[in-house]
Design a protein around this ligand. Structure first.
Ligand SMILES: NC(=O)c1ccc[n+]([C@@H]2O[C@H](COP(=O)([O-])OP(=O)(O)OC[C@H]3O[C@@H](n4cnc5c(N)ncnc54)[C@H](O)[C@@H]3O)[C@@H](O)[C@H]2O)c1
Length: 284
C-alpha cells in the first residue's frame, strides 16, 4: 500500500490490499448490532478481505453474508478462544486461504453468570471469563503478530484489542459480576503494550480501542445483568455514567475508529489506549 499521504485525490483508509481477522466477528443473539460485526462490515466497505472468527459460527456466517450482500469479501472460521489450538488455527487457516494476515481485531468478551443476591461466582465461571477476556487475547495477539512479521515492508500489520473503560473506572462497586470482565480488560490493555514493544522491530503495531457505553447487544444485555436494571432503566443508567452528557456511542463509531487503526494512516501509532467513551472516564 503506497503511503503517499499528501497526494491529492488519494483514497483515505484504503484496506483493499489487507486481510483483516476479526476475532468475535459474529455477535451474541439479541436486537441491534455488535461491535465485532460492525467492524467486519466497515473493514469490508474499505476494501479488506475479512475473516470473521467466532465460537458461534452461525453468527459469523451471518456477518459474512451481510458483507457479501454489499459486494464485499470475507469468510468465517469457527473457533473458541479459550482453546489455544483454536486460536492458532484461526491464523493458520487464514494464511492457508488468503496468504497473509494484515490486521487482527480482538473483539471477544464475556461476563460469566453470577449470583447477585450473594455476590458470588463459581471459580470455574471466573476462570472462563479470564480465559475469554484475557488469555484468548494474548494467544491471538501472539499468533497474529507471528504471521504479520512475515509480511515484509516497514509496516507489516496492525492489531486492535477492544477494551472497556471498566478497566479504568469502577461503576458497580465490589461486584464479583464485573471482575472477570474488568480484570480481563486490564490484562488486555497490558497485552497490547507488550505486543507493541515485542513486535515493533518487525513492523507490527498494536493499539487498544477502549470503549465506553456503546449501544450494542452486550452493552444492553450484560449491563442489565450487572447493574440489575430493567431494560427501560438502562438509558438513564448510562446517562448517569456519561456525566459529560455525550449520550451513548454506536457500533459504527467503534468501527470507524478500528478502520483508522487498521489502516496505514495510523502507521505512527502503536501501544496506545484510544478512549472512545464520550469523555465518561474523565469524570469519576
Ligand atoms: N457495547 C459496549 O458498550 C462495550 C463497551 C466496552 C467494551 N466493549 C467491547 O466490545 C467488544 C465487542 O462487543 P460486542 O458488542 O460486539 O459483543 P458481542 O457479545 O455481540 O460479541 C462478542 C462475540 O464474541 C463471541 N464469543 C464469546 N465467547 C467466545 C469464545 N469463547 N470464543 C470465540 N468467540 C466467542 C460471541 O459469540 C460474539 O459473537 C468486546 O470486547 C466488549 O468488551 C463493548
Amino acid at each position: 500500500m503506497p503511503t503517499d499521504f499528501d497526494r491529492p485525490g488519494r483514497t483515505a483508509l484504503d484496506l483493499s490490499d489487507k486481510v483483516v481477522v476479526v476475532v468475535g466477528g459474529g455477535q451474541q443473539p439479541g436486537p441491534g448490532m455488535g461491535n465485532g460485526r460492525a467492524i467486519c462490515i466497515m473493514a469490508a466497505r474499505h476494501g479488506a478481505q475479512v475473516v470473521a472468527a467466532d465460537r458461534n459460527i452461525a453468527a459469523a456466517d451471518e456477518t459474512v453474508a451481510m458483507i457479501a450482500a454489499e459486494g464485499g469479501r470475507g469468510y468465517a472460521i469457527e473457533a473458541d478462544v479459550t482453546e489455544v489450538e483454536d486460536c492458532r488455527r484461526i491464523f493458520d487457516e487464514t494464511v492457508a486461504r488468503s496468504g497473509r494476515v494484515d490486521g487482527m481485531v480482538y473483539s471477544v468478551a464475556t461476563n460469566p453468570p453470577f449470583d447477585r443476591e450473594t455476590n458470588t461466582m463459581t471459580v470455574k465461571d471466573f476462570d472462563y471469563g479470564i480465559n475469554v477476556n484475557m488469555l484468548g487475547c494474548y494467544h491471538c495477539n501472539l499468533f497474529a503478530a507471528q504471521c504479520m512479521e512475515r509480511n515484509g515492508g516497514d509496516t507489516t500489520g496492525s492489531i486492535v484489542n477492544l477494551s472497556s473503560i471498566a478497566s479504568l473506572k469502577n461503576e458497580v462497586g465490589l461486584n464479583i459480576g464485573i471482575m472477570p470482565y474488568a480484570l480481563g480488560k486490564c490484562g488486555l490493555n497490558y497485552i497490547t503494550e507488550l505486543t507493541a514493544v515485542q513486535f515493533a522491530e518487525a513492523g507490527v503495531r498494536a493499539n487498544t480501542l477502549m470503549l465506553g457505553p456503546i449501544d450494542s447487544v452486550i452493552g444492553n444485555h450484560d449491563s442489565q445483568e450487572l447493574f440489575g436494571f430493567e431494560p427501560v432503566e438502562v438509558e438513564q443508567a448510562y446517562a448517569d455514567v456519561v456525566r459529560l452528557k455525550m449520550g451513548r456511542g454506536t457500533v459504527w463509531e467503534s468501527a470507524y475508529a478500528a478502520v483508522y487503526l487498521l489502516a496505514d494512516e495510523s502507521r505512527f501509532m502503536t501501544g496506545q489506549q484510544i478512549r472512545l467513551d464520550g469523555g465518561a472516564a474523565l469524570v469519576r
